[in-house]
Design a protein around this ligand. Structure first.
Ligand code: CA
Length: 228
């Protein structure tokens, strides 16, 4: 996911960018309201972390501008601890959540995950799981930025697994998605497709859960949420 981080305090901006990047996202930063207003208007982000106290143009004006331009990405605002009125004004201006400074980075990441989860999988063009990036609109997959050639069946299986990272999908479920019209589904062919897909993906990505089916392993364990 692509996240815009707007924070004028250099240390905090660097910490935010580092933590969000570590969580598997791509981060763009802005240190003043004018740059933020521009970036959020002309570029596409899946979410933004927006400090309200910014030079040049304040955060609330930035947020109001984005919303007035029809930019609907989830926005998490950062407010001063004691300024409760900022939270109210911020939510009224179109923020989706707020966090008062100082905050724990873990909490920020958890709230960001929650915001990203609210995006429906159908409205989001790209899904990421560790080094795997799947573009649902262009039907392309890349690993560490390198394009991967998949057959349409392999692509469908991977998209199903990526929609439910960490969850087990049975062979029957997979074959139902693969052959929706076919009354004579053969779940053995799923094994073949999964086997081929495995050879193309980083080792250990697709786990076999004996007797149950397959699962796409979440990088770094269950802690890393991927949009579903
Ligand atoms: Ca500030």
């Amino acid at each position: 996911m692509r996240i815009l981080v707007v924070e004028d305090e250099p240390t905090l901006q660097a910490q935010l960018a580092h933590a969000i990047t570590q969580a598997g996202h791509t981060v763009e930063t802005a240190a003043d309201g004018e740059t933020a207003r521009y970036l959020g208007e002309v570029e596409n982000f899946d979410a933004a972390v927006l400090d309200l106290g910014l030079p040049v143009v304040d955060g609330l004006s930035v947020l109001r501008h984005w919303r007035a331009q029809g930019r609907s990405m989830p926005v998490l605002i950062l407010t001063a601890r004691s300024a409760w009125h900022e939270k109210v004004t911020g939510m009224d201006a179109g923020a989706d959540d707020y966090l008062a400074k100082p905050f724990h980075m873990e909490e920020l990441l958890a709230r960001l995950r929650a915001l990203l989860r609210r995006l429906s999988s159908h409205s989001s063009a790209q899904w990421q799981c560790g080094s795997i990036l799947l573009d649902t609109r262009q039907a392309t997959v890349s690993v560490d930025g390198l394009p991967l050639t998949l057959t349409s069946h392999e692509f469908k299986i991977l998209s199903l697994l990526m929609q439910k990272v960490g969850e087990v999908l049975s062979r029957t479920e997979l074959s139902e998605h693969l052959y929706p019209q076919d009354s004579e589904r053969d779940s053995n062919t799923i094994e073949v497709f999964v086997g081929r897909l495995r050879k193309k993906l980083p080792a250990g990505c697709i786990e076999t859960v004996r007797g149950l089916g397959y699962r796409l392993a979440a990088p770094g364990g269950a802690a890393e949420e991927v949009q579903t």
